[in-house]
Design a protein around this ligand. Sequence first.
Ligand code: ZN
Length: 485
Amino acid sequence: MPELPEVETVRRGLTRLVQHARITSVDVYYEKMVSPEPEKFKQMLAGKTIEKIDRRGKYLLFRFNDNLTMVSHLRMEGKYDVQPAGNEITKHTHVVFHLADGRDLRYTDTRKFGRMHLMATGEETQKVSGIAKMGPEPTAEALTFDYMKRIFSKSRKAIKPLLLDQSEIAGIGNIYADETLWLSRIHPLQPANTIPDFQIRQLRANIIDEISRAIQGHGTTVHSFSTAFGEAGEFQNHLMVYGRKGEKCLRCGGEIKKIKVAQRGTHFCPECQKLRENPGVTMVLGLTGGIATGKSTVSDIFKGYQVPIIDADKVARDVVKPGTKGLTAIKDTFGWQMLTPDGTLDRHALGTLVFSQAEALAKLNTIMGPLIKTAVVRKIQGFRRRKVPLVIYDAPTLFEAHGAAGVNEIMVVTIPEKMQLTRLMTRDNLSKEAAKDRIKSQLPLAEKVKRADVVIDNSGSVDKTKAQVLEWLDGAGFGSLTNEN
Ligand SMILES: [Zn+2]
């Protein structure tokens, strides 16, 4: 079934092709498809001009002169196309609008579920129950945070069926529901009234973005739908979770699962979309970047606004202090050479080893990952108990160490590759080769940028970087943290 972006694509295509065209006559081959009854329908449309085509949800609204509107719903397989008059009428062609310029606007529908209703312009908001009860369009203007908060707080329903309910929000179909929930890290069964404000904001932004991106990409072609205007949907290439059952989550590497929610096939990542009994109000922002991209500049900006920071490097040092399980595991795996004579970790020896051997780095990550995770989770729980609104998890290897699963949003600090190399050589006094090796030991920066929710370009002045952080804080609902007084 076409979703809102496909219907919008149809609307734009039709506008380009038949706006201002005049109808001379109409043929109806399947009587049940139109109302009023066919003779009246034909008579009302003869001589009318298509002034414009609007859309509300998945309804197309053909506006004619003399205050006349045709409400058209494509349902499962309905399609419009424009052909020269005289072309053969196929068996799935049900309505033909003959245009004064010698073309036909034809409606085909293999399932015959589509309907067209003529009425006075404006009446559709009362007469068509689907439109009368329809929620706001998924646009920045119509779908406000306050509105979403209001409908969420009233409902104990699972979030996914609520998103699919056209009377709450118009135009979110099954694919977009799965995609936007994944982007917002919300479990499809999370009760709507337990979702904290920051996640409502994320979800709202993701819905608006996703639908507008899908419209830019001419809709998906996951189902048999394609536009009649020669624009194949490109958006299926951008799907992150829908249809990817059994594959790895593109964010955290977890395995995508498929379940049924309200009779609909539902895709999600159990690692980064956890069902939470008590989600709490604390948003955890994962902060990462490539080596020497200047992540600390960004973390200092947050510190300046009293936002608490969980420093993954410090946590990593703490879990391998003398007497810890971590230090014992490192000694057992890589040998006593990893210890200094006084029994502490020899960071230089370990660093040299893991930066030159990918396998050793992987082993180290397997040891450190779970230890760091437990320590970080404990810290986050502490902040949640104290209802701290925002916490930064500052982690250089957020992606490599699978820390991506536990955060609510990921900010990646980036600079151009050449600048990264120069900065690293200067900072750590390394040769070009050594610096390149060190950069190569991490996930490529471009890949991190691709997986980021928000990207901070740190190649300019500190002020420019700060402006980007402020913009993010504002958009994420933390503007009050930055009010200087
Ligand atoms: Zn995941």
